[in-house]
Design a protein around this ligand. Structure first.
Ligand code: ADP
Ligand code: AMP
Length: 242
């Protein structure tokens, strides 16, 4: 349950009120980020989220939390995740349907890692149609597979926020420690060169067709995801301001 408002420090309350005031003038946006593992979706998401007042829904983060908490969903998802295979469409569609109802998604959302199959994309369209809404933009994080192994094997994450670091490309201020909370960082069990092969295979076979699905709707913008993070952010901002 949410903490009583009386217990929230005035500073936090004021900064949230100011944030909501700033956000009230922003247009609604419903975005999908598609790209192979390690292409930079999780790195760009918090920046886009803050700029446009959206919620960030990453199915991988939600599933990892379910696995850690040993919920029925987590128990069903664990094996596929460890093997670098996709979990069933019904499992992820259910969690996204629920998550999109959050107050923080009022101005729209960033879907990171969903939809990953054409069936998921069709189910998402059905959900949105019921609300009279649609996807505004699909950001395609285009990148060569050869770049991804170094990115994936050097990745460290802060599990509760989903923040990503990299030993070489985005090192934390203190090795192994989250810059914001000071909590320990971890390496994902599936972030190995071996499991990456299966994850890339799943991406090419099952997720690339989703890019074609949205291309026919004229909403896909491709980014040069091999560039340094700040340059990718500039490309994202250009696409979203047009
Ligand atoms: P994804 O969410 O698409 O799986 P991440 O955003 O977690 O990918 O990025 C994978 C790893 O690569 C992380 O360790 C991250 O710090 C690093 N990274 C992200 N974007 C870039 C970039 N443009 N250049 C170099 N390294 C990057
Ligand atoms: P990610 O954090 O996006 O790399 O996802 C990690 C793992 O979670 C994937 O390899 C899949 O096993 C599972 N997963 C995440 N999102 C989905 C999805 N939309 N559909 C199916 N499986 C997913």
């Amino acid at each position: 349950m949410a903490a009583s408002l009386e217990d929230v420090p005035s500073e936090s309350l004021m900064s949230e009120v100011l944030r909501r005031l700033r956000c009230s003038s922003k247009p609604d946006k419903r975005l999908i980020l598609i790209g192979p593992p390690g292409s930079g979706k999780g790195t760009q998401s918090p920046i886009i989220k803050d700029e446009y007042c959206l919620c960030h829904l990453a199915t991988g983060d939600m599933l990892r939390a379910a696995v850690a908490a040993k919920t029925p969903l987590g128990i069903k998802a664990k094996e596929s995740m460890n093997n670098g295979e996709l979990v069933s469409d019904d499992l992820v569609v259910g969690i996204i349907d629920e998550a999109m109802k959050k107050t923080s998604c009022q101005k729209g959302f960033i879907l990171d890692g969903f939809p990953r199959t054409v069936v998921q994309a069709e189910k998402l369209d059905e959900m949105l149609q019921k609300q009279g809404a649609k996807i505004d933009k699909v950001l395609n994080f285009a990148i060569d597979d050869a770049i991804l192994e170094e990115r994936i094997t050097g990745r460290w994450i802060h599990p509760s926020s989903g923040r990503s670091y990299h030993t070489k490309f985005q090192p934390p201020k203190v090795p192994g420690v989250d810059d914001v909370t000071g909590e320990p960082l971890i390496q994902r069990k599936d972030d190995t060169a071996e499991v990456l092969k299966s994850r890339l295979d799943a991406f090419h076979r099952q997720t690339e067709p989703v890019i074609n699905y949205y291309s026919t709707k004229g909403v896909v913008a491709s980014l040069h995801a091999e560039k340094p993070p700040k340059e990718v952010t500039s490309e994202v901002k250009n696409v979203l301001s047009s």
